[in-house]
Design a protein around this ligand. Structure first.
Ligand SMILES: [Zn+2]
Length: 589
């Protein structure tokens, strides 16, 4: 497989591959872009065509073209390989292309889907086939939609699928690993899905990775007790619930075109909207939206229109989704469908009406105002509700939008903007929704690092030093000035500093090569930026010097403690004297 990887890499230009996804701007011999993996306003994402790699200095992500495609498309390695192989005109061995270890899982799921579809359309109908078809027709689905989304039927027998799959020579462990059967205590196997209408769940490439099974109306009537209404496939190596949005593989392009995604709860809602001509829709399948969902959506959409059930559980889940989406800088709107149970019912009862509801969706904050703020209510209640709404406003990523809603709240509640802002500043925002991406480039990266990719700078001195070295790479004339600050550099950086040449960084010891490469790559960030290099250098030197002084201060404190313990008064006096002068220097810096 690694031969294929090398072959693909040698045939494709990383810049061309990435250009299909993001806008690249030339930056010397490298290229830069706004990072697609974290939120930022100025580019910190660099691509090096020479080395065939990319790195983001904002969030710390980096790697080769495979890693990029995997992350961007939210897909597994072999899927990225297939995609790139096609682009490169490389034929990969079937085993490798289909994903080695996962191939059986995909195959088993596909075979299960074919089995369920066949059960629904079988020429010799069973009693359950009639009930399932009747149910789907009653819900308003056309034959075309049923075909397009490959809806099927799991017969109400204990091992129908198991026998079909083993009969087709699928290995039992794989069928079990795919989550299609459950092993009993006696060692026999049961179908996970029995007597259910089956909705295949697809990954972004349209491959079946799992199922949702909805109980048949007759099952409740016949058995007398209520089976779970929905049963889902368990998590498997190819099925990760927090990553999959129902219908996304179909609606991706419509979402990209309209920059808007309509999020409904159920698969039936999705299918009915789709059938009604609303194509920029996805279903969260009854679970709350996750950050992973949102990041995938944010790349192609700016607006989220959320629709949810109006019961208490629905509202609580909706609030979580709204807050998370606002923190991901979505323009969030809330869809209310007065007089109907769910979107599916709207389409069934009044085709075309859903589009009208969508245009009337309210901004999320307006929705919160309606829900929480009641002018004229007792002051104590007001206070509480205003605080709730302020908490919501605080989570909005855009400061302009925050200000707008604080003002609106002021008008509605009669409180001054200043009082509201103070109150809001004092509020704690839940950890999960706090933006991780910080714009400050010098902020130590919080995102997990890709191991061997990079040796992380440990201290702020090193971060500042790295930035200075990058600046010198971009502006070699500054080298002499930087050398003057040598004493403030971390020891490893001194070696890097001396290795700097007019073409970037020359020969360094192998352990430092990765950092040297990053420093050189980072220098591209300065190209075309409207910065005054001399000023920038001065600022950084000041900061580096300050860090050095602080470090010395800490060392001296330790010296004093040690000398005091051993009763060495001369040492204490000398250290105190120095600590005094360091403090003075820190003040005058
Ligand atoms: Zn980034």
């Amino acid at each position: 497989m690694s031969d294929n990887v090398q072959e693909i890499k040698s045939r494709l230009d990383i810049a061309e591959v990435l250009r299909a996804y993001i806008k690249l701007i030339p930056a010397g011999k490298n290229l830069k872009a706004l990072c697609p993996f974290h939120k930022e306003k100025s580019p910190s994402f660099m691509v090096s065509p020479d080395r065939g790699s990319w790195h983001c200095f904002g969030c710390g992500e980096g790697g080769d073209m495979f890693k990029f495609v995997m992350k961007y498309e939210n897909i597994e390695f072999f899927e990225a390989m297939k995609l790139l192989a096609e682009k490169a005109g490389v034929t990969v061995a079937a085993g490798a292309a289909q994903g080695g270890a996962y191939r059986e899982l995909y195959d088993a799921n596909r075979a299960a889907k074919d089995f369920f579809v066949a059960q629904l359309v079988a020429a010799v109908p069973s009693a359950h086939q009639g009930i399932a078809r009747e149910y789907l027709v009653k819900r308003g689905l056309t034959a075309e939609t049923i075909r397009e989304f490959e809806i099927g039927l799991a017969p109400a027998i204990s091992d129908g699928l198991f026998r079909a799959l083993t009969g087709a020579r699928y290995a039992v462990p794989e069928i079990e690993r795919a989550g299609l059967v459950i092993k009993s205590e006696r060692g026999t196997y049961w179908d996970r899905f029995r007597g259910r209408v089956m909705f295949p769940l697809y990954n972004n490439f349209g491959k079946v990775v799992g199922f949702t099974g909805r109980v048949l109306p007759s099952e409740i009537a016949q058995t007398g007790f209520e089976a779970a209404k929905y049963v889902n496939s368990p998590e498997t190596p190819i099925f990760n619930k927090s990553k999959i949005l129902y219908g996304f593989h179909k609606s991706k392009s419509a979402i990209r075109d309209t920059k808007t995604a309509i999020v409904v709860e159920g698969q039936m809602d999705f299918l009915m909207l789709w059938q009604d001509g609303i194509k920029n829709v996805i279903a969260s399948s009854g679970t709350a939206l996750t950050m992973e969902h949102l990041i995938a959506l944010r790349r192609i959409a700016e607006t989220l229109v959320l629709s949810f059930d109006a019961d208490d559980a629905g509202l609580a889940a909706a609030e979580r989704s709204i807050d998370l989406a606002q923190s991901a800088d979505f323009n969030v709107k809330i869809l209310t469908i007065k007089g109907y149970k769910d979107p599916a019912e709207v389409v069934q009862g009044a085709p075309g009406k859903m589009a009208e509801f969508v245009t009337k969706a309210l901004p999320a904050m307006r929705y919160y105002f309606d829900r929480y703020v009641h002018p004229g209510a007792p002051v104590a209640d007001q206070k509480k509700s205003v605080r709730v709404v302020l908490g919501k406003i605080k989570q909005i990523a855009s400061p302009i939008e925050r200000l707008h809603w604080v003002r609106e709240l002021g008008v509605l509640s009669g409180l001054t903007e200043r009082a509201l802002t103070e109150e809001m500043d004092a509020l704690k925002v839940p950890e999960q929704v706090v933006q991780k991406a910080k714009n400050d480039e010098l902020q130590a990266p919080e995102a997990p690092q890709s191991g061997a990719e990079r040796q992380d700078p440990q201290t702020r001195s090193e971060l500042v030093g790295e930035r200075m070295l990058s600046l010198v790479c971009a502006y070699p004339a500054l080298r002499a000035k930087v050398l003057a600050a040598e004493k403030d550099f971390a020891p490893t950086d001194v070696e890097l500093l001396h290795a700097m040449t007019d073409e970037g960084i020359g020969t360094v010891s192998p352990e430092l090569q990765a950092r040297a490469d990053l420093i050189s790559l980072r220098s591209g960030l300065f190209v075309g930026e409207n910065i005054a290099p001399e000023e920038e250098l001065k600022r950084l030197m000041r900061e580096l010097h300050m860090e050095a002084l602080k470090k010395r201060q800490t060392e001296l404190k330790q010296v004093i403690a040690r000398c005091e313990a051993s009763g060495d008064e001369a040492c204490v006096a000398a250290a105190l004297k120095e600590i005094d002068s360091v403090a003075k220097d820190l003040h005058t810096i």
